[in-house]
Design a protein around this ligand. Sequence first.
Ligand SMILES: Nc1ncnc2c1ncn2[C@@H]1O[C@H](COP(=O)(O)OP(=O)(O)OP(=O)(O)O)[C@@H](O)[C@H]1O
Length: 250
Amino acid sequence: MGLPIAVEEVTKEFRTDDGTVTAIEEFDFDIEAGEVVTLVGPTGCGKSTILSIILGVLSPTSGEVVVDGRRPYDDFYSFRGEIAAVFQEDRLLPWRTAAENAGFGLEALGVPEDERRRRVEEWFDTLGLSGYENAYPQELSGGMRQRVGLTRAYVTDPEILLLDEAFGHLDEVTATKLREDFLSLIDGGEGRTTTMFITHDIDEALMIGDRVLVSRSPGKIIDRIDVPEGLHEDPERHHEYRTRILDSLR
Ligand SMILES: Nc1ncnc2c1ncn2[C@@H]1O[C@H](COP(=O)(O)OP(=O)(O)OP(=O)(O)O)[C@@H](O)[C@H]1O
């Protein structure tokens, strides 16, 4: 069903040669178990920073993130297999085949090879990668590589999935197809994974999120929007929501 995420008054500052940069200021929101929340905003508004804190690779300067009574950055290894992330660059290992890359997380969790193969094959089938198990990343298109990255995350059956501009560098046709597949994946499951999806693309944020958080640089959340069901199939209403976000970012 996924675990809920509580982000409580989180501020993150970085020290630089010129002083201090505030990447995010008092981010405060909850993501319910199984909810899909998108965070949208222009470059430099703190999207990757908050994602890294939830993933547990960065600590906040003040405030805290609590998942299941634990803080990911204090207890990183206890979240192994529970939080998975997909990034803009696919981060596949070039010397591993597509199936070996996709099974990497399971391998780290000590899942036996037969079981790994079975689970990867199931996901490859769902994501249209069947037949490419033995291909190397450099033999695959950008969209296919990103599907391998998604498989690597999904195959561990995580409680929380974090996506950082995951479809951002793909051409529009491939990105649209991946978004549609991604939506049918998250809507198809009986127990939804709690998902945080960050993007600078307003249409993508509205299409994917149950709820959209809007952030402006320097990192401050300036709007929170509940997305009505089926919004992306209603161009007029979609336009209204898009305009609201654009206006708040001006
Ligand atoms: N390690 C760091 N050291 C210094 N400043 C940093 C560091 N990481 C991020 N920042 C600064 O914090 C701010 C927010 O960065 P962040 O990467 O979170 O933004 P973003 O919204 O993800 O941007 P983009 O869409 O370009 O990826 C920026 O001003 C950035 O320069």
